[in-house]
Design a protein around this ligand. Structure first.
Ligand SMILES: [Zn+2]
Length: 395
């Protein structure tokens, strides 16, 4: 036994804890700790597996390692008993690189879970943009569960929203072919669902190219859903479309799907307003409990309408999140009529809710005293003419 570089109890505990006591093999996620059937005991059913073997005849043995490295936490991966056995039987399939990748992804996933973010079907983690409008450098935004972009008009907040939305709504990107024909314009969006996939949008010589993990695709099918509110809804009585047809277009959804979502009484949405329903060809709204009778949407003030729009957008996002990762983008222009109190209230509600989708918000400013611990906040700053820098703020 003495020539085996076994893990100490301390190292095993570190590996198990960093893995959240769950198996690190993708899609296994087996919990490896729990109560004993009787008494007050604890049953531990996981194992700290060696990435490179503890002894010379073991799998993936690396003779260049010194014993200290071999028995350190960096050489271990936490697994359920079944997977620990399988992985040690087949070193051709389960390589050092593969095990390291599993460990890294699993720990990343646990870190999100600890922040209250369920990875589920996936999650947009990062966006990197270069040479777009006034954003010249390769700026990186790490998207959180909720992300707030703060900055003056024209500092590139909308560009980021359009990029995120553009994988789904290609027409948002097409107009860039003319606009930014200034060399190699490029954006990369990362999605994490246990492993990282990168989606690249490249605008060069009036062509848009899409790459997935660096492989070019002729056409992009969005790996996530987007609900994009970028402006105030305006009903146009001059055209022959009904209110609900125009309103559905605002959300890029069919009128039928929108009505189903509006009339759905389950617990969807942010809860900015008390109730909504569609009756006699009118969208009716009960704003708060003190209100006796519902008001038609078209009779509301701009500020109230915007609250309803955000509520409906959040309901749609909630439904969409059942099929694919979903991000709800709310640009400043779509809540610009809200007073300060209502805007801070919106941020607070988002900050404290456990919605199953991500939110990306833009604003000209916000009250820095508001505690937004569940937000990633970025400030867009013009540092010289035609040059914008994006700075992460500690919330
Ligand atoms: Zn397992």
């Amino acid at each position: 036994m003495s020539n085996r570089d076994n893990f100490s109890k301390g190292v095993k505990r570190i590996l198990a804890s960093r893995a959240g006591y769950k198996c690190s093999v993708p899609d296994c996620d087996q919990l490896t700790i729990g109560p004993a059937s009787e008494g007050e005991g604890v049953v531990l059913s996981g194992e700290a597996a060696h990435i490179t073997a503890a002894a010379i005849e073991g799998p993936r043995y690396d003779e260049t390692m010194v014993p200290e490295e071999r028995k350190s936490a960096s050489n271990g991966i936490w697994m359920c008993k079944d997977h620990a056995r399988i992985v040690d039987r087949d070193e051709v399939h389960y390589t050092v690189d593969l095990l390291r990748e599993w460990k890294e992804n699993h720990e990343k996933k646990i870190k999100y879970e600890q922040q209250g973010i369920k990875i589920g079907k996936g999650f947009l983690t990062k966006i990197k943009i270069s040479n777009m409008a006034r954003i010249k450098d390769a700026e990186i935004i790490e998207l959180g569960k909720n992300t707030l972009l703060v900055g003056d008009m024209g500092t590139g907040k909308s560009i980021i929203c359009e990029l995120v939305a553009g994988l789904e709504k290609n027409q948002l990107l097409w107009r860039w072919r003319e606009k930014w024909n200034v060399g190699n314009t490029y954006a990369e969006i990362e999605l994490f669902n246990g492993e990282t996939t990168s989606f690249e949008i490249n605008v060069y010589e009036k062509q848009i190219r899409y790459l997935v993990n660096s492989i070019e695709y002729p056409l992009m099918v969005s790996p996530y859903n987007v609900v994009y509110l970028n402006e105030i809804f305006k009903f146009n009585s001059e055209i022959s479309k009904t209110f609900i047809e125009q309103y559905a277009e605002h959300f890029n959804i069919t009128p039928n799907d929108l009505l189903n979502i509006i009339n759905n009484k389950s617990n969807l949405g942010i809860k900015l307003i008390t109730d909504l329903f569609y009756k006699d060809e009118r969208l009716l709204v009960i704003e708060d409990l003190s209100q006796n009778s519902p008001l038609p949407y078209l009779a509301l003030s701009s500020s109230e309408k915007q609250r309803v729009d955000i509520e409906i957008g959040s309901k749609i996002s909630h439904v969409y999140s059942n099929s694919k990762p979903t991000i709800f983008i709310i640009e400043h222009d779509s809540f610009s009529s809200m007073d300060k109190h209502n805007r801070e209230n919106l941020l607070n509600i988002i900050n404290n809710s456990k919605l199953p989708f991500q939110i990306l918000l833009t604003a000209y400013n916000y009250n820095e005293d508001t505690e937004l611990n569940n937000f990633s906040i970025y400030e867009h700053k013009e540092i010289k003419p035609d040059f914008v820098q994006i700075i992460k703020k500690d919330s």
